[in-house]
Design a protein around this ligand. Structure first.
Ligand SMILES: CC(C)(COP(=O)(O)OP(=O)(O)OC[C@H]1O[C@@H](n2cnc3c(N)ncnc32)[C@H](O)[C@@H]1OP(=O)(O)O)[C@@H](O)C(=O)NCCC(=O)NCCS
Length: 195
């Protein structure tokens, strides 16, 4: 298989993103949403995310979306601005082939370029694949919220995993705008770099 191509998501990807996300919402507690969001809502989320951080998709040679990963606000309060929450979803038939790894390598590098200092991921437990995936990127467990959510007739724990994006300890610069980041040749280069 040739290596998937990475690019920024566009609102027109919403149907393809929905096809990947829908079974996760419907059949698992990996996502705490109860209802599969409509296409227009997913398009809105893509647009909103892209105003603050990258949302990347991986496509096969025919342009079909195999998976996606994005950075989101961990919390609204301003002091949290340099802590970014990362999410990744790969189509069931494309898992275990390195697509998630390729997306995360690029996403974490892009978030670092943007000026984020730390990444955090919340994982509904158990999720062996996601825990192993995040651990393989150097994320470390930093706590478990027990019975964090009720879905499909049961309580679910959520484990949080954190990873430094920078060794800098001093005061951070304001985050680069996504317009500035996406126009940077270094950002474009990391989308084109096979992992
Ligand atoms: C977790 C997920 C994103 C991994 O993506 P993927 O493309 O299948 O993963 P990759 O093939 O790139 O694997 C990268 C590493 O992750 C780990 N990994 C991935 N799948 C794994 C599995 N089923 N069991 C154990 N480790 C696994 C391995 O360390 C692997 O490295 P290796 O190939 O050198 O062994 C994917 O399984 C998925 O989309 N799951 C459903 C949604 C989900 O759980 N998202 C995360 C929400 S927190």
């Amino acid at each position: 298989m040739t290596s998937p191509r990475l690019r920024l998501a566009i609102p027109e990807d919403a149907e393809a993103l929905r096809a990947i996300y829908a079974p996760v919402v419907r059949d698992t507690a990996i996502s705490f949403e109860y209802e599969v969001p409509e296409r227009v809502e997913i398009a809105r989320r893509v647009q909103a995310t892209l105003t603050r951080a990258p949302w990347l998709v991986a496509c096969d040679a025919s342009g079909r979306v195999l998976g996606y990963a994005y950075g989101g606000r961990y919390r609204e309060r301003v002091a949290y601005d340099w802590l970014v929450e990362t999410s990744v979803y790969i189509a069931a038939e494309a898992r275990g082939r390195g697509v998630g790894r390729q997306l995360y390598v690029a996403l974490l590098a892009a978030l670092t370029q943007q000026g984020h200092r730390r990444a955090i991921a919340g994982v509904t437990l158990p999720n062996e694949a996601s825990v192993a995936f995040h651990t393989s990127f150097g994320f470390e467990a930093c706590g478990v919220v027990q019975r964090a959510g009720w879905k499909h007739g049961a309580w679910h724990d959520v484990g949080f995993y954190e990873r430094a994006l920078s060794d800098e300890l001093g005061a951070p610069e304001p985050l680069r705008s996504t317009d500035d980041l996406f126009a940077d040749p270094d950002f474009q280069a990391l989308l084109d770099t096979p992992s």
